[in-house]
Ligand binder design. Structure first.
Ligand SMILES: Nc1ncnc2c1ncn2[C@@H]1O[C@H](COP(=O)(O)OP(=O)(O)OP(=O)(O)O)[C@@H](O)[C@H]1O
Ligand SMILES: [Mg+2]
Length: 338
């Protein structure tokens, strides 16, 4: 498997009145070309900050403290996106890397018809296509996101939230990017519309093989779309692996807790349990494992919160599952009895 993105020791800081907090802490992970990677974690765990570093949308008071974001171009060359000038990075926006985020529909210009959004986007990125070709492409993309052609003549306010989000997805694909980053793309929508859009995204991926990174705090949703999943907690990736491994054989107590809390994934209601407590204050982190105050291993005296805290994720063998918990064998053993 060829990577399309390699995140290397990536850290992002935010300066606040009470001090500097590290919202993304030393994240290293590969995203392979053609796969769908999910990033899950509670609110504030750092998902948006992490993908914003790939998109280069971190703004003050935030800054990338260290690390690299290596992008692998199709021709085999690589580039550290963080080292590019703004102008050079712009040549990657839309054409290589694009994004759809929560309530992205609000970015549609109310005074422009949908087709004008397609024309403007293509022209803003020096597309070589003629107006006719852009509109043909827009029609084709509308069909892909299951919108009728007449939508192109509508103004944004004439469309529902779900339709607008589909317009944004179509628009994001206009310049045939290699990587689509989705940040809570369905969170603002009702459940039926959510599933409908996920189905569309799955089909688009099947047909084009585009790489997708999908951030959400909704574990139930993500399980239906992704190949691999990264679990974030308090700025760190605590586990990363194939969906079935992380869901069925989690190797970090936090992943286990997240999955056990999802009603639709478990038959026995009595075994569902919310994770006790709250994530730590990033401005006031205790030494050792960040999850320890909420962890059953600590509660049961299996871990003291220090010994099980690995410096960096370890690989659990050749199945590409990685964890930050030194007691992963115990966690996996328990998962078989969950
Ligand atoms: N502009 C900012 N100034 C200060 N702190 C920030 C800023 N933006 C984010 N943070 C902090 O960075 C951390 C990570 O936030 P982020 O938005 O990346 O989390 P998230 O996982 O995307 O959450 P959600 O599920 O709510 O979208 C949080 O602790 C947050 O308080
Ligand atoms: Mg977010």
């Amino acid at each position: 498997m060829e990577p399309i993105i390699e995140l290397k020791n990536l850290s992002v800081d935010f300066r606040t009145n009470s001090g500097t907090l590290r919202a993304v802490d030393n994240v290293t992970m590969d995203i392979y070309r053609g796969e769908i990677v999910g990033i899950i974690g509670e609110s504030g765990s750092g998902k948006t900050t992490l993908i914003s570093s790939i998109l280069r949308t971190i703004r003050a008071p935030g800054r990338i403290a260290e690390g690299e974001v290596i992008y692998h171009c199709k021709d085999g060359t690589t580039v550290d996106l963080l080292k590019l000038s703004e102008k050079d990075y712009n040549s990657y926006r839309w054409t290589e890397i694009t994004t759809v985020f929560q309530a992205a529909q609000n970015v549609l210009n109310p005074t422009l018809r949908i087709k004008e959004h397609f024309l403007e986007t293509a022209m803003a990125h020096n597309s070589k296509l003629t107006k006719r070709e852009i509109l043909d492409k827009a029609k084709e993309l509308c069909a892909k996101v299951r919108l009728e052609e007449r939508v192109l003549d509508s103004y944004p306010h004439q469309l529902s939230g779900g339709m607008k989000q589909r317009v944004i997805i179509a628009l994001s694909l206009l310049l045939e990017p290699e990587l689509l980053i989705l940040d809570e793309p369905t969170t603002a929508l009702d459940v039926i519309t959510q599933w409908y859009i996920l189905d569309i995204l799955r089909k688009i991926h099947e047909e084009s093989g585009i790489t997708m990174v999908f951030c959400t705090h909704d574990v139930a949703i993500i399980g239906s779309v992704v190949d691999r999943i990264a679990v974030m907690y308090a700025g760190q990736i605590v586990e990363y692996g194939k969906l079935e491994d992380v869901f069925l054989r989690p190797a970090h107590p936090y992943s286990r807790g997240l999955i056990r809390a999802v009603p639709s994934l478990r038959d026995d209601i009595s075994k569902r349990a919310a994770i006790p407590g709250y994530p730590p204050n990033l401005l006031d982190l205790a030494p050792g494992c960040r999850f320890a105050p909420r962890c059953f291993l600590k509660e049961q005296g299996i871990c003291d919160g220090i010994t099980g805290n690995l410096e960096k994720m370890v690989s659990l063998g050749d199945n590409q599952q990685y964890t930050l918990c030194g007691h992963w064998k115990e966690v996996k053993r328990l998962a078989t009895t969950d």
